[in-house]
Write a protein that binds this ligand. Structure first.
Ligand code: C2E
Ligand code: CA
Ligand code: CA
Ligand code: CA
Length: 274
């Protein structure tokens, strides 16, 4: 029994070493991919809730790891965050999106920023320099952020957000309703928009209580004069309900999955003709 016990310990230790090694390799490959600019940006349509017209896109990062295949953002974004690679990656995504949006002059572009990017005191300066280099009107850009950092470090978050807002970009609170969302934060940080998390939208399928929860959340945003985007909209029924509840903007597979920029070129042209 003693022998077997030791064997097990060794086994777990080997397993842990293996995991650590695998993570290190993933990190090395991600660093290389960012340096070689192998991260690709896809764009998901944002539509106006009443007309279903294309009014914007959200830029989302994609990584196909050499020799392995696609790695989901839920895996590589946290690695980028914990290793500091997120600064470079985040600005790269912003840069690419700004270059591309020159082709879509009538719609806006949303880009995700990680809380970690606020740790760089020069973040707003870097953002400004991307806008200048790409000749982008900041008013057409929305930066989406989750509330994690607001809770952790409200002072720094407030300073960073107000610097960004002075550039003229819009700031949206992403994934609202997914965690411990606090109303206080909504008011004091000067957000321009709230994005309702998919988990709340999914609730539309499961009955009265969840619908009331969603209604209350949207009503709250509207009482603060915040326009609301609902994400993860997968059916026409949900789209109708969300519009009735008071969301002005919708996003989800029902309207379109994240697609390469060329597909947005086509959608944009079609939207203009009709
Ligand atoms: P997010 O910002 O909440 O982005 C929305 C996610 O929901 C995207 O997943 C999108 O593909 C997915 N989605 C949209 N509509 C639907 C729907 O109707 N049904 C379902 N099942 N899913 C839908 P994705 O692209 O895998 O990205 C996951 C997360 O990774 C993003 O969540 C965001 O937090 C993060 N991420 C992606 N790109 C970047 C980036 O460039 N920078 C940062 N900081 N984070 C990023
Ligand atoms: Ca987002
Ligand atoms: Ca979101
Ligand atoms: Ca999300």
């Amino acid at each position: 029994a003693k022998e077997a016990g030791r064997g097990r310990t060794d086994y777990y230790r080997a397993e842990m070493d293996h995991e650590r090694e695998e993570r290190n390799r993933l990190e090395v490959d991600l660093r290389i991919a960012i340096e070689r600019r192998e991260i690709v940006i896809v764009y998901q349509p944002l539509v106006e809730a009443g007309s279903w017209q294309l009014i914007g896109v959200e830029a989302l990062a994609r990584w196909t790891r050499r020799g392995y295949g696609p790695v989901p953002p839920e895996v590589f974004i946290p690695i980028a965050e914990s290793t500091g690679l997120i600064d470079q990656l985040g600005l790269f995504v912003l840069h690419r999106a700004c270059e591309r949006m020159a082709r879509w002059p009538e719609i806006k572009v949303a880009v995700n920023i990680s809380p970690g990017q606020f740790r760089d005191p020069a973040f707003a300066l870097h953002v400004d320099s991307v806008f200048r280099k790409t000749n982008t009107n900041p008013a057409r850009v929305t930066l989406e952020m989750t509330e994690g950092y607001l809770v952790q470090n409200p002072e720094r978050a407030r300073a960073a957000i107000s610097k960004l807002k002075r550039l003229g970009v819009k700031i949206a609170l992403d994934d609202f309703g997914a965690g411990f969302s606090s109303v206080g934060y909504l008011r004091q940080f000067g957000f321009d928009r709230m994005k309702i998390d998919k988990s709340l939208v999914d609730g539309l399928n499961d009955g009265v209580q969840a619908i009331e929860m969603l209604q209350a959340t949207v009503a709250l945003a509207r009482s603060l004069d915040l326009p609301v985007t609902a994400e993860g909209v997968e059916s026409e029924r949900q789209a109708m309900q969300l519009r009735t509840i008071g969301c002005d903007e919708l996003q989800g597979y029902f309207f379109g999955r994240p697609v390469p920029a060329e597909e947005i070129d086509r959608m944009y042209e079609n939207g203009r003709r009709t």
